[in-house]
Design a protein around this ligand. Structure first.
Ligand SMILES: *[C@@H]1O[C@H](CO)[C@@H](O)[C@H](O)[C@H]1NC(C)=O
Ligand SMILES: *[C@@H]1O[C@H](CO)[C@@H](O)[C@H](O)[C@H]1NC(C)=O
Ligand SMILES: *[C@@H]1O[C@H](CO)[C@@H](O)[C@H](O)[C@H]1NC(C)=O
Ligand SMILES: *[C@@H]1O[C@H](CO)[C@@H](O)[C@H](O)[C@H]1NC(C)=O
Ligand SMILES: *[C@@H]1O[C@H](CO)[C@@H](O)[C@H](O)[C@H]1NC(C)=O
Ligand SMILES: *[C@@H]1O[C@H](CO)[C@@H](O)[C@H](O)[C@H]1NC(C)=O
Length: 494
């Protein structure tokens, strides 16, 4: 074999091996065995062939007749779909056994709403929507489409709503939406997209709502959303994103809802949300964030809903939240926070719900909840808290619901639950209550506030015989007797 050919083959193999990820574990060039390379190349070829086959299958489909004139609606009604002349609607929904558009169904070219959802369509000819210039809404959700012809939506200049949810689309052709300049709603959720061509959405300057939820997108290029200057709602949840370009969202000046939950994001650059000043809802739950940078939320001053739960955050501080004056719901559950510092939430004067359950908190400083005058719910359950400073809830005059269950409390500091006039629901279960003299504050509170306890009556873990008894039944004699006697005897000796 000639040297040139050999090196060409090698490059070829390594490239294809990299592409399929087969040889990713080993350093690609050296230790990648030739059979592996061959397999990889073949796999790649097979993949491409598969795509080609699907394109050919699309070409093999016949498009339905699209006709003009008023007689077209009469003809339409003779087909299998429902045709509403006055509403300009054609509905071919839920036609079982349909795996392509019905060949004899006449489609009037004045149709404005076309339903083609919940059938078994797995291929579609590029002329299926040719000439439908007036079409405003197209629903093709819950089918089996894998590949869409590049010119499929080419004539749909008036299209406002395009729903492709729940198909098996792996890839979008480059110019697929280049003519759909009036699109306001685009639903691509529940497909199999792994990447998106950077200019794919470049014509969609009036798009308001975009969902790519539940695909397999691994990464996004910096300019993917650059032209979406009207976008208010972006859903990227349920993908495989591990990082985001810092300027990905920087053109989205009117974005209000951003859902990045259920991805694999490990870190976010300082300016990621720096231009999203209208953001109201930011959902980052279930990612792999270890660290929040302090400037990250500096410009998102309109946020009312922030979900950071189920990440790996070990520390939050006042610097993270200092500009979030309108925040009402803060989710920090299921992280790795160990310590809550004095003043962490002081800026959050509008906060109503604070979720901190499922962390490994052991220390809560006095002043940790300082300034939370509007707080209604405080959920501290499922942590390792042994004790809370007596004044820690001092500012929580609006508190209605408090969960302290599943912690390591032996007792509650005297006065802890006093001065909470709105308190209605308290959970205290699954704590190792120690029924010595210090338990009497809780005993007293339980007697006076029977109606506020929202789980089972707490029981003593110990000491000795008192294990298993109800805290509410403890008396001074039960729990303080021994200590009392020893105090008396000490006194006696003096
Ligand atoms: C869009 O629809 C309107 C009326 O619904 C129509 O007048 C106009 O011609 C359509 N645009 C195109 C490009 O056909
Ligand atoms: C974000 O998406 C997830 C998963 O798709 C969903 O469960 C959650 O409710 C969404 N968040 C918001 C704030 O809508
Ligand atoms: C906040 O916005 C200002 C003004 O647009 C900008 O200069 C700054 O870099 C932004 N800060 C962050 C952290 O994004
Ligand atoms: C987290 O942030 C702190 C302070 O900004 C920094 O010192 C630390 O290295 C960061 N940790 C990680 C894992 O990025
Ligand atoms: C918490 O911090 C504030 C402001 O720095 C300070 O005035 C207050 O004394 C601190 N509280 C405690 C209990 O340390
Ligand atoms: C002890 O507490 C339990 C649970 O509240 C109650 O059912 C029981 O009557 C109490 N026993 C006594 C002796 O007060």
């Amino acid at each position: 074999m000639s040297r040139g050919l050999l090196s060409h083959l090698l490059t070829c193999c390594v490239t294809s091996a990299l592409l399929t990820g087969l040889c990713n574990a080993a350093p690609a060039s050296a230790s990648c065995k030739s059979t592996e390379c061959l397999t990889a190349a073949l796999l790649r070829l097979e993949l491409e062939l598969g795509q080609l086959k699907k394109h050919v299958r699309n070409l093999e489909q016949s498009a339905w007749p699209i006709e003009g004139g008023s007689v077209a609606w009469q003809k339409c009604r003779k087909g299998v779909c429902h045709c509403g002349r006055h509403s300009r609607t054609v509905s071919c929904q839920q036609l079982r056994g349909l795996n392509s558009v019905p060949r004899r169904q006449v489609i009037p070219d004045s149709v404005e709403v076309l339903h083609l959802s919940h059938t078994h369509i797995d291929a579609i000819h590029e002329n299926a929507f040719r000439g439908l210039f007036r079409l405003k809404e197209l629903y093709v959700s819950e089918n089996l489409l894998e590949v869409l012809p590049a010119k499929l939506f080419y004539d749909l200049e008036n299209l406002s709503v395009l729903n492709l949810r729940g198909n098996r689309i792996t890839e979008l052709e480059k110019d697929l939406m280049v003519n759909n300049r009036l699109l306001t709603v685009l639903d691509l959720s529940d497909n199999r997209l792994t990447e998106i061509y950077e200019q794919e959405f470049s014509a969609l300057s009036v798009l308001n709502y975009l969902t790519l939820r539940n695909n397999a997108i691994v990464s996004l290029r910096p300019d993917t959303f650059r032209y979406l200057r009207s976008l208010e709602h972006l859903d990227l949840s349920g993908n495989r994103l591990s990082s985001l370009p810092e300027t990905l969202f920087s053109s989205l000046k009117v974005l209000q809802i951003l859902n990045l939950s259920e991805n694999r994001i490990t870190a976010l650059a300082d300016m990621t949300f720096g231009e999203n000043v209208r953001l109201v809802t930011l959902d980052l739950h279930q990612n792999a964030l270890e660290n929040l940078s302090e400037p990250l939320l500096q410009n998102t001053t309109s946020v009312t809903y922030l979900d950071l739960s189920a990440n790996r955050l070990s520390r939050v501080s006042d610097r993270h939240f200092e500009r979030l004056l309108f925040l009402r719901h803060l989710f920090l559950g299921y992280n790795k926070i160990k310590h809550l510092e004095n003043g962490t939430f002081t800026a959050l004067t509008s906060l109503e719900h604070l979720f901190l359950f499922g962390n490994s908190m052991t220390r809560v400083d006095n002043g940790a909840f300082r300034g939370l005058h509007q707080l209604k719910w405080l959920l501290l359950n499922d942590n390792d808290i042994k004790t809370l400073p007596a004044n820690v809830f001092k500012d929580l005059g609006s508190l209605e619901r408090l969960q302290l269950n599943s912690n390591e409390f032996h007792s509650l500091a005297t006065g802890l639950l006093d001065n909470l006039p709105r308190l209605r629901q308290v959970q205290l279960g699954k704590n190792p209550w120690h029924c010595d003299c210090f338990i009497l504050y809780l005993t007293h509170w339980l007697k006076v506030n029977r109606d506020k306890l929202w789980d089972r009556q707490p029981k003593c873990r110990g000491p000795g015989d008192l294990g298993g008894s109800y805290v509410i039944n403890m008396t001074f004699n039960d729990v303080c007797d021994g200590q009392w006697r020893s105090m008396v005897s000490i006194k006696g000796r003096v």
